[in-house]
Ligand binder design. Structure first.
Ligand code: COA
Length: 260
C-alpha cells in the first residue's frame, strides 16, 4: 500500500505508523488524513496485526496540528467538511478493535493532541508538548478535541486547556491523565514497542471487547453500558481463547491466544 505522507512498518504482530511531513512538523493535511484512513482500515482487517504504534517523523514533533496552510483557504462549508473528515478518521482509529499506542515524540498540538487522544494509550517523551492551541487561531478543535479531552481529563481541566490554548509539558499531561506514561525521549520507541508487544500477546477478541465496552459504554447510560459489558463478557466465554486461557492457568503455563 502506497502513502504520500505516512510510513508503515511491520514488526511481527506490531505495526508502526509514522506521520511523515517533517517540513511542517508532521501537520495533517487532507492527503495525510486520507493516508491515515487507508492505513487504519488495512490494519483493522489484517488479523496478523495485534497492536499499532502511531508516532511522528523526527525528534521535534508528533503532529503539530491540522495543516494551517490548507485551512487558511477553506470556506466555512469546506471547514465543516474538513472537520467531519478528520472526525471520521479519528473515530476509525479509536474503534479499530486493536490497541493503538500514541508514541508522542514532540509537539502534539491541535490535531496532534486529537490524534493521540483517539489512540487507546499514550506514551510521551519527556520532551513532548501537548495542547489544543486552536483558540489562538480564532477557531476551535474540529477533530473531536472538545469531546475526547473532556472525557479523558474531566470538564473543568478540559475547558481550561481549550480556552487557554496552553501547551502542557509531558509531566503536566501525566498528572492530569492525558498521557499514560512519560519516558526519556531516547527510550520512547523501545518503550512503545515493548508495550505493544505485551498487548499483542493478549487474547485479541477480549482486547477488542474491552475497547468496545469502554468506548461504547461511555456513550450510553450506566445500566445500558453494564448490559453491553455483560453481553460481551458472555460472548468472550464462547471463544477458543477463553478455553486456552483457563486451561493454561490450570496447567501453570503461558497461554497461546489465537484470536478465535
Ligand atoms: N500547519 C502548517 N505548517 C506548520 C504547522 C501547522 N499546524 N505547524 C508548524 N508548521 C510549519 C511552520 O510554518 C514552519 O514552516 P516554515 O519553515 O516554512 O516557516 C515549520 O513548520 C516549522 O515550524 P516553526 O513554527 O518554525 O517551529 P517552532 O519550533 O518555532 O514552533 C510550534 C513549533 C509547533 C510551536 C509552532 O510551529 C506552532 O505553533 N505550530 C502551530 C500549532 C497549531 O496551532 N496547531 C493547531 C492547528 S489547527
Amino acid at each position: 500500500m502506497d502513502f504520500d505522507n505516512l510510513l508503515l512498518e511491520r514488526d511481527g504482530a506490531v505495526a508502526v505508523v509514522t506521520v511523515n511531513r517533517p517540513p511542517v512538523l508532521n501537520a495533517l493535511n487532507s492527503a495525510t488524513l486520507d493516508d491515515l484512513r487507508r492505513a487504519a482500515l488495512s490494519l483493522k482487517h489484517d488479523p496478523d496485526v495485534r497492536a499499532i504504534i502511531v508516532t511522528g517523523s523526527g525528534d521535534k514533533s508528533f503532529v503539530a496540528g491540522a495543516d494551517i496552510n490548507e485551512l487558511a483557504v477553506l470556506n466555512p462549508v469546506q471547514f465543516k467538511q474538513h472537520a467531519l473528515r478528520g472526525q471520521h478518521v479519528f473515530d476509525l482509529i479509536e474503534n479499530l478493535g486493536k490497541p493503538t499506542i500514541a508514541a508522542i515524540n514532540g509537539y502534539a498540538l491541535g490535531g496532534g493532541c486529537e490524534l493521540a487522544m483517539a489512540c487507546t494509550l499514550r506514551i510521551a517523551a519527556d520532551t513532548a508538548r501537548i495542547g489544543q492551541p486552536e483558540i489562538n487561531l480564532g477557531i476551535i478543535p474540529g477533530y473531536g478535541g472538545t469531546q475526547r479531552l473532556a472525557r479523558l481529563v474531566g470538564k473543568g481541566v478540559a475547558l481550561e486547556l481549550l480556552l487557554s490554548g496552553r501547551q502542557l509539558t509531558a509531566d503536566e499531561a501525566l498528572q492530569i491523565g492525558l498521557v499514560n506514561r512519560v519516558v526519556p525521549a531516547a527510550t520512547l520507541l523501545p518503550n512503545a514497542r515493548s508495550l505493544a508487544a505485551e498487548l499483542a500477546l493478549k487474547a485479541p477478541i477480549a482486547v477488542q471487547y474491552i475497547i468496545e465496552s469502554v468506548n461504547k459504554g461511555l456513550e450510553v447510560s450506566f445500566d445500558k453500558a453494564q448490559f453491553l459489558e455483560a453481553t460481551l463478557f458472555g460472548l468472550s466465554a464462547s471463544t477458543d481463547d477463553m478455553r486456552e486461557g483457563t486451561r493454561a492457568f490450570l496447567e501453570k503455563r503461558k497461554p497461546d491466544f489465537k484470536g478465535r
